[in-house]
Design a protein around this ligand. Structure first.
Ligand code: NAI
Ligand SMILES: N[C@@H](CC=O)C(=O)O
Ligand code: NA
Length: 436
């Protein structure tokens, strides 16, 4: 049978990885797909850059639309990134009846509702396994392998750069900026690395995971998002003394009144498998009613791990070319007309335990004032750690771990604690999840 012809947009970290993997595993891939898969044309903004792959046999251009408009091309692979030209080219490809494979989570999180509707109208598929968890087949697992379950919640380490930074800072005492530059040179980081460290990339991915888990439309703008830039070495140390690790998690939880969607640093008991996911590795823990807990683990970023997911999508799309479009796996796991508008709850309605760290004068009665405030707001204390001031300082450090509480109650407690004369005017709070 004739080879499937692929047009590639972007020849950066992931694009080059895709060219390499397709070439190296050509035979295995054809045996699986039933046909060979060939990149015949590729676009890159700067053609003078040396690529880490063999481009012989691939017609090159610096204009993405040359690839999209090429009538020979069956599948367009978008690996440019962002929501500008990538958005235009994906819609243009769909309008021409071409299937699309993309690793672009920003594009899917922000414009997926429109893109999938347009793709369904045109009877084409937009595949996006690489958009979440890099090489981990987590979209496929949730969308297909858990299809018999009601999913209750999921929690994931879904940004490789952020996890790499936190792990290197904790284990080797390295500097934030220094580790970030290394993540950039390894090709892990986004074009704008604030997307990684401010939690935006994780929020894009959580948006996608929540949609396919619960059958709700993509709603990136409703995700509560905090990054990792304010985590201090001191908090990492205190958390460890109390038996926890700090991880940057994306959490989606179904409640009676709606769904929680939140991305933030989180204390997790150090014995949990997910607490031991380090470096560029990602992991997504899914709690579902029939199967119980399942954990998906693997490299969350990098050229070939991400290419692995892109190429798997190419094989899926190739196999589905002959399938009636109505019988393909739906983009968001549930049939488009079966998506439901579960309300996304405001962060004040989230229910979690907390780690609090504050500085207070080292004299009698101070801790009693603090515990009274917590008690007045029905917040139970699980553990307290007190550290005397260093010689030159006058304030002691007090660390408190609480039981689960509605976030709005904790907001009020923190406001009252900060207003005490005996405390410094900033309480650090980090949410804590037992994940059991
Ligand atoms: N690097 C990674 O580990 C992962 C990246 N992704 C996603 O994959 C996509 C690509 O990421 P990377 O390969 O890391 O980016 P990159 O910056 O290494 O490569 C982007 C490529 O797009 C090309 N490009 C930019 N503007 C263009 C235009 N107007 N016309 C034609 N080509 C243009 C650039 O020349 C470059 O070849 C992004 O959506 C990213 O979020 C997803 C998972 C992991
Ligand atoms: N910048 C992202 C790349 C993969 O999605 C990350 O670090 O996870
Ligand atoms: Na994936």
């Amino acid at each position: 049978m004739e080879a499937v012809k692929v047009g590639l947009l972007g020849l950066g970290t992931v694009g080059s990885g895709v060219v390499r993997v397709l070439a190296r595993n050509d035979e295995e891939i054809s045996r699986r797909a039933g046909r060979a898969i060939r990149v015949v044309r590729a676009a890159s903004r700067d053609l003078s850059v040396r690529r880490d792959c063999d481009l012989s046999g691939i017609a090159l251009t610096d204009r993405a639309q040359d690839v999209v408009d090429d009538p020979d091309i069956d599948i367009v692979v978008e690996l440019i990134g962002g929501t500008g030209i990538a958005y235009e080219m994906v819609l243009r490809a769909i309008d021409q009846g071409k299937h699309v494979v993309t690793a672009n989570k920003a594009l899917i999180a922000l414009h997926g509702n429109e893109i999938f509707a347009r793709a369904s109208e045109r009877g084409v598929t937009v595949a996006f396994e690489a958009a979440v968890g890099g090489g981990i087949p987590v979209i496929k697992a949730i969308r297909e392998a858990l299809a018999g379950n009601t999913i209750e919640w999921l929690a994931g380490i879904i940004n490789g750069t952020g996890n790499f930074i936190l792990s290197e800072m904790r284990d080797k005492g390295r500097d934030f900026e220094d580790v970030l530059s290394e993540a950039q040179s390894l090709g892990y980081a986004e074009a704008d690395p604030t997307f990684d460290v401010e939690g935006i990339d994780a929020a894009h991915k959580l948006t996608i995971l929540a949609s396919i888990a619960f059958g709700i439309p993509l709603q990136y703008e409703r995700v509560y998002t905090e990054g990792i830039t304010r985590i201090t070495r001191e908090d990492v140390t205190y958390a460890a003394e109390l038996g926890y690790r700090i991880k940057h998690l994306g959490i989606a939880r179904r409640r009676d009144s709606g769904v929680e969607l939140r991305v933030h640093p989180t204390l997790i008991p150090h014995r949990r498998l997910i607490a031991n996911v380090d470096g560029v590795m990602n992991a997504v823990l899914v709690r579902a009613d029939a199967v119980g807990s399942t954990l998906y683990y693997g490299p969350g970023a990098g050229a070939e791990p991400t290419a692995s997911a892109v190429v798997a999508d190419l094989v899926d799309v190739t196999r589905a070319l002959t399938v009636d479009p109505n019988n393909r796996v739906p983009h968001l796991a549930f049939q488009p007309e079966a998506l439901i508008d579960l309300p996304v709850l405001p962060i004040g309605e989230a229910v979690t335990a907390y780690y609090l760290h504050l500085r207070a004068q080292d004299r009698p009665g101070v801790l009693a004032d603090i515990t009274r405030i917590l008690g007045d707001l029905s917040i139970s204390i699980e553990a307290v750690l007190q550290r005397q001031p260093a010689e030159e300082a006058t304030d002691a450090s007090i660390v408190i771990v609480t039981a689960a509480v509605r976030e709005a109650n904790m907001d009020e407690a923190i406001r009252r604690i900060e207003a005490l004369d005996t405390t410094a005017d900033h309480v650090t709070r980090i949410r804590l999840e037992n994940l059991n």
